[in-house]
Design a protein around this ligand. Sequence first.
Ligand code: NZQ
Ligand code: ZN
Length: 385
Amino acid sequence: MLNFDFYNPTRIVFGEGQIAKLRDLVPQQARVLVLYGGGSIRANGVYDQVKAALAQHTVFEFGGIEPNPTYETLMKAIALVKAERIDFLLAVGGGSVIDGTKFVAAGATMDDDPWTIFEKRAANVQAALPFGAVLTLPATGSEMNSGGVITRKATHEKFAFGTPLVFPKFSVLDPTTTYTLPPRQVGNGIVDAFVHTMEQYLTYPVNAKVQDRFAEGLLLTLIEEGPRALAEPHDYDVRANLMWTATLALNGLIGAGVPQDWATHMVGHELTALYGLDHAQTLAVVLPAMLRVRREAKRAKLLQYAERVWHITEGSENDRIEQAIARTEAFFRDVGVGTRLPDYQLGREVIEPVLNALEAHRMVKLGEKRDVNLEISRKVLELCL
Ligand code: NZQ
Ligand code: ZN
């Protein structure tokens, strides 16, 4: 096992009816800004529950944070925070709203342009406003981690940042808030959580037994519960299991003491920035190709994955690996997420622009062994067609 330093201060308040606890979770004297997205929370009653819980608080609102939240929009929220002397933020929505809130939390305390967070790898973030979250879309793990991903519309750039200063103080996870998710977002969430697990599991063995078995448990749960969430959208237990799985997939636990990959995510971010694919759509396209191209370096873990997750024990090693990758792809398609570029009306024309973007963003040594250079990324993109 590798050395590690695991820290996670986020309090999780889980279950039906827990939004009412905001009354006590949010500091009484705070000037609170509630941040949300395009309106799903107004349509499904979550907004009303939040407002009722905060009836005794001083509350301001900022709506309109888009999927793949943009710098341009978030700068407006930062201006509001400064103008109204806001001292507590509450994100209500999916990963985009929570990520956007993290950027606002850090950006509002800075004299520099907050975009410099990305140039300086967050080293210039000295403080952040405290914030909590009400999660409505299980997928990213943002509700219990210290990372965020922000897009700059003007330049088609999508970058990740992370600092322990932006762990949420708390996150409320009420599975009933997810009943109204459209099937596309349910599928996206399943794929995102699956690929987060794979980025931390499917590398090379370091004899980290509990991390491996936790990861396999998360993957098996997604395979079991994912299709059920689509078939029976109002099954509480299914939604509860999915919600907690997605959180555990990226809260640091399974990644502690093991090598991590993240090449699929980095290539995926460029596809979203350039062509507007949903985050999980990019992952469903890139992951199978990434595994195929890098099968030699990942051989031992691919065989373990085939056996323990897909129960594949017959055939040569190469057969078992190919079967496991094919099963992964089929699973993504089963939950409604296309796994090839043509599923999104894209083809060979994306290869050069994506490679150019990876080069411009210095994404030229990716993966757990830093050996995913542009040549490997090209091979991966060729296999996405
Ligand atoms: O904007 P509203 O109206 O709220 O609608 C949203 C949005 O259109 C809708 N939605 C959310 N909850 C709903 C709902 N609709 C009905 N009922 C509900 N209960 O779903 C749409 C997508 O929401 P979004 O927040 O964009 O999705 P997701 O949670 O998948 O977040 C994606 C973003 O997270 C980043 C991605 O890059 C992307 O920008 N990621 C963040 C990570 C992190 N912080 O650790 C890691 C991930 O790898 C990922 O990169
Ligand atoms: Zn992701």
